[in-house]
Design a protein around this ligand. Structure first.
Ligand code: 0RA
Length: 629
């Protein structure tokens, strides 16, 4: 370690700019900015630990707005600075950019908001008292608002080494000057995790919290994965110290599928990752690829594993220290940008590959985990492609043969009538408006989707026709944007069988295309059951009640009643004027009022359990008189 000399401190500048525009130096003057003052001093103390000079840091909240940070490092230098008659301590606390300590030979922290210097803390404090334990004595100097209040005073003899700084933020700068013990507690814990063996003691309101983790980030990882099933009991650990890079990584795989990577560069959390994370991911991927290759574990059908496969369940903590200038990027400086990817990659690749070969049972466990992820990835990609292929093909080509499509391709004006049987399809084709109305006849009763398995449902020809005519796929991949018609109208006969078919269709739409119902695209047509001819007048009735009401109104006039057997037998003219003509018909829009009740009802009425259906029918039976079974 290069020895410090006061001459190392460079460029001097007063602190007025800091007081004028504090935001430029600490981000804000809110609580976050206030706590940056603490982090700044704490980082300097931790820096002493990082360089092997300090083992204990004590943080004490003396009063709500007064804090002391004490360490047993080398102590702030006190010698005279370049014949200025000022002490180095005074220079450090009263001038900007006096970063002599950090220039060479140490891991400078320059992550934007951090590392702004002890002078910034001093400038923004109404009072700051610094004591250095050095050269056999304690040395104290007091400051206010960045200016010395006293000269450096040589105090009592002391064998101790280290620094003690007590400060109170200036209420002229900060709207609120009280510290938040919880924030400090978290910071203390995280600093202790990141610096193995360093003891950090935090005292507030008579409580003492001590953090010390002999295994550092490995202990941190254990805490993060506590309670989660992990693939191997102990984290992997890589530690490497090169000339300009110090690196420490702990990682393991859990059985969960999510991945967590916490990375730090020079003790600053890099929330957006960066070069160190990329290097790590590449290294792990390459090590596993090499292992799978050498042990011949790659199953057929998978050409290679990817970074994504490796990431599944991976929990990692990366802690790197770079010497010299560290580059951060992004809006919040959350991404490391210094060019260390390949260095990290190669360290990780080699250490992990070695480890796996030396511990093959563990190696195989991890290999299997990754292969499983790769297989899942390939399977889901294939499924996605299949769905996409279907919907991408020019939809006209893919339409079912039975569909009589409309000419319009404008969704909002297009309607699809799903009707029962070929003959109904025939008459409705005559009755429709070709431009906007499409007809899809389905044969008899479709499958009950409530009781069938998905593969059966998808193999069912009638359902396949409906799905491809609508063009939007089914849940969970239903794509509302691809829907080809604005109204989907179920048109079944006005009898029990028709009602049954209608119910089967409703069940299908409800389970596999619920968005149609939610968005109000699904309708039920109301074809009449009776036609009443009274001289020149013509009436239609949907049921007996309506028929009788009409007859009563005729007041003894002569009439003839006809009953339609089914839509197929209804003359196109009748069908058009009663059911299909946009200006004359009435449609019932299908809506859901109460989600849970609806699901429950479908399950009851269409599900496997016949007894609940029986109960329902018995309850409702009094409402129905003419059930023509
Ligand atoms: C400048 C130079 C040296 C150490 C420090 C500052 C220093 C600052 C703080 C702030 C809190 N604790 C601290 N400990 C040390 C290097 C001194 C040397 O080389 O002996």
């Amino acid at each position: 370690m290069t020895e410090y000399k006061a001459k190392d401190i460079q460029v001097l500048e007063g602190l007025e700019p800091v007081r004028k525009r504090p935001g430029m130096y600490i981000g804000s003057t809110s609580s976050t900015g206030l706590h940056h003052l603490v982090w700044e001093i704490l980082d300097n103390a931790v820096d002493e630990a990082l360089n092997g000079h300090c083992t204990i840091i004590e943080i004490t909240l003396e009063a709500p707005d007064t804090i002391t940070i004490k360490d047993n490092g080398r102590g702030v230098p006190i010698d005279e600075y370049r014949k200025t008659k000022k002490s180095a301590m005074e220079i450090l606390f009263t001038t900007l950019h006096s970063g002599g300590k950090f220039d060479e030979g140490s891991y400078k922290v320059s992550g934007g908001l951090h590392g702004v210097g002890m002078a910034v803390v001093c400038a923004l404090s109404k009072s700051l008292v610094a004591t250095s334990f050095r050269e056999g004595h304690e040395w104290t100097q007091e400051f206010t608002q960045g200016k010395p209040k006293t000269k450096l005073k040589k105090g009592a003899k002391s064998r101790n080494k280290g620094t003690r700084i007590t400060f109170s933020p200036d209420p002229k700068i900060f709207s609120k000057t009280t510290f938040n013990p919880k924030l400090i507690l978290e910071q203390a814990e995280s600093k202790a995790f990141l610096n193995k063996g360093l003891k950090i003691i935090f005292q507030e309101n008579g409580n003492t919290h001590t953090f010390c983790y002999p295994e550092g980030i490995r202990d941190y990882l254990r805490k993060l994965t506590d309670g989660k099933p992990t693939l191997v009991p102990d984290p992997f650990y890589i530690e490497k110290e090169a000339e300009k890079l110090r690196l420490e990584i702990a990682f393991l795989w859990t059985s969960n599928t999510d991945s967590q990577i916490y990375s730090y560069a020079n003790a600053i959390r890099t929330v957006d990752g960066g070069t160190h994370e990329n290097g790590f991911r590449n290294g792990v991927t390459r090590a596993l690829r090499a292992y799978l290759d050498r042990r011949n574990l790659m199953p057929k059908g998978i050409s290679s594993i990817t970074g994504e496969d490796v990431k599944e369940g991976l929990v990692a903590i990366l802690n790197v220290y770079l010497q010299g200038n560290v580059e951060f990027q992004g809006q919040t400086k959350g991404r490391l940008n210094s060019d260390i990817t390949s260095q990290v990659e190669s360290v990780v690749k080699h250490s992990l590959e070695h480890f796996l070969h030396d511990h093959q049972s563990t190696g195989d466990l991890i290999a299997n985990r990754v292969i499983l992820a790769a297989q899942a990835r390939i399977a889901s990609r294939q499924a996605k492609e299949a769905v996409q292929r279907k919907s991408n093909i020019s939809h006209r080509l893919n339409l079912p043969g039975k569909l009589s499509d409309c000419a319009s391709t404008i969704r909002d004006e297009s309607e699809l009538f799903i009707c029962e049987g070929e003959s109904a399809g025939g008459s409705s084709k005559q009755a429709r408006d070709r431009k906007t109305q499409a007809i899809l006849p389905i044969r008899g009763k479709i499958l009950n989707v409530e009781t069938a398995t998905l593969d059966k449902i998808l193999a069912n020809a009638e359902i396949k026709n409906i799905v491809s005519a609508l063009g939007a796929g089914i849940e969970p991949k239903f794509d509302y944007g691809k829907l080809r018609y604005g109204k989907i109208i179920l048109m079944t006969d006005a009898d029990v069988d028709g009602a049954h078919i209608c119910t089967l269709l409703l069940t299908f739409f409800y389970r596999y295309m619920p968005q149609l119902i939610e968005n109000g695209n699904l309708y039920i047509a109301q074809p009449p059951l009776f036609r009443i001819d009274a001289g020149k007048k013509l009436y239609y009735a949907v049921d007996e009640n309506e028929r009788d009401a009409i007859i009563e109104k005729l007041n003894g006039a002569r009439y003839e009643v006809g009953r339609f057997k089914g839509l197929g037998e209804m003359p196109a003219e009748d069908l058009k004027s009663t059911t299909m003509d946009k200006n004359k018909r009435t449609l019932i829009q299908v809506r859901i009022q109460d989600r849970e009740r609806t699901s429950d009802l479908f399950d009851k009425l269409m599900g496997k359990d016949a007894s609940s259906r029986f109960v329902f029918i018995k309850e409702k039976a009094p409402f129905f008189q003419n059930l023509d079974i």
